[in-house]
Write a protein that binds this ligand. Structure first.
Ligand code: NDP
Length: 313
């Protein structure tokens, strides 16, 4: 499978594993890259020294291209960006921030830059900022998300109409069938998050992985729009947030309720009651925990089957 995305990243399949806090360390990223996709180390949950170690281990575990995702909501950004250059990372996905700030620095250092957006307006801004490709992420996606609630189905064709650089679709994609649908809508590749949480190599807690497998339709919801909108599994913490809304909580009260490191507590430490559990709607279609390489090969196989089926339409 060859197209603008496989050429840009020098990979076999246009399947990109999303950078996800507390899930995507070097084990997952290297497994996906070794399988022919693009693995991403999620720097959001890593202090600078931890990130350096993960990059080095990823290089040892695979000799194929991989990327690092930097959500720009965390501190130590300058140090993180310096590490990426020093460690000769070749591809960086930035998210949750302004692409104008870091894209020139990364590009000057020979790094391909991709920015994650949730609207046409920001896709155009990212293109103007000089990024090499855009990830457009629909409302179905897990974790931090756009306020406008634009679904992948509506977002991808709208972004495609307005940008000329390669487009990667994200949000609700966990199978070859949805990958084909996204590419028919205009995407050159797909970014897949939730499906890779339920993999052997994800660093997420086993209880969280199992909860993803057990999740059904309607078990996730986007909330906390006043802070940073986030799609969560409905657990006790989620119900506490709903209760706070019912009582008319202010932004400060919501911030206080969220506290610090809730995401780590839930997804990494396995506190399924009090922790924050970020996953996409597509969790309802994930029924097993399997090796990352099998996720990639199953997607490719399903994609080819669905493509053949589509010719009879
Ligand atoms: P928090 O901001 O609550 O806490 C920081 C977490 O990141 C800790 O678990 C910490 O690890 C880890 N970490 C990794 N690298 C660093 C670093 N360089 N400096 C400090 N901490 C680091 O983390 P979240 O991931 O929950 O949230 C991140 C951001 O997103 C915040 O701005 C938060 O307000 C926002 N957010 C908003 C939400 C919402 O409104 N819906 C939901 C979740 C987050 P350790 O515990 O080992 O110190």
């Amino acid at each position: 499978m060859q197209n603008r995305i496989t050429h840009l990243f020098n990979i076999q399949y246009p399947i990109i594993q999303a950078g996800m806090v507390w899930a995507s360390g070097w084990r997952l990223a290297s497994a996906v890259s070794n399988a022919g996709g693009l693995g991403i180390i999620g720097a959001g949950s890593m202090y600078p020294d931890v990130l350096r170690e993960h990059i080095q281990k990823c290089k040892q575990a695979c000799n194929k291209p991989f990327a690092v995702n930097v959500p720009m909501l965390y501190p130590n950004l300058e140090e993180i960006m310096e590490i990426l250059v020093q460690q000769e990372v070749k591809i960086v996905f930035t998210s949750a921030g302004n692409p104008k700030i870091w894209t020139p620095y990364l590009k000057e250092n020979g790094i391909s830059v991709v920015h994650v957006v949730s609207s046409v307006k920001f896709a155009m801004k990212a293109q103007d900022a000089g990024v090499d490709a855009v990830v457009a992420e629909g409302f179905e996606a897990g974790g931090h998300n756009g306020r406008e609630e634009t679904t992948t189905m509506a977002l991808i064709p709208a972004v495609k109409e307005k940008i000329s650089i390669p487009l990667i679709a994200a949000g609700g994609i966990a199978s070859g069938r949805s990958m084909l649908a996204a590419m028919i809508l205009g995407a050159d590749g797909v970014q897949v998050g939730s499906r890779f949480v339920a993999s052997y190599e994800a660093s997420s807690h086993e209880l969280f992985k199992q909860m993803v497998v057990d999740a059904g339709e309607g078990d996730t919801q986007l909330t906390l729009k006043e802070l940073t909108p986030v799609r969560l599994l409905k657990n006790k913490f989620f119900e506490d947030v709903m209760q706070a809304y019912a009582e008319g909580a202010s932004k400060d009260q919501l911030t206080e309720l969220l506290g610090r490191a809730r995401a780590k507590r839930g997804m990494f430490e396995g506190d399924m009651e009090e922790g924050e559990l970020e996953i996409g709607q597509v969790a309802a279609l994930i029924h097993d925990i399997k090796p990352a390489a099998k996720i990639v090969s199953d997607m490719v196989e399903e994609f080819e089957t669905a493509k053949k089926e589509a010719t009879s339409l």
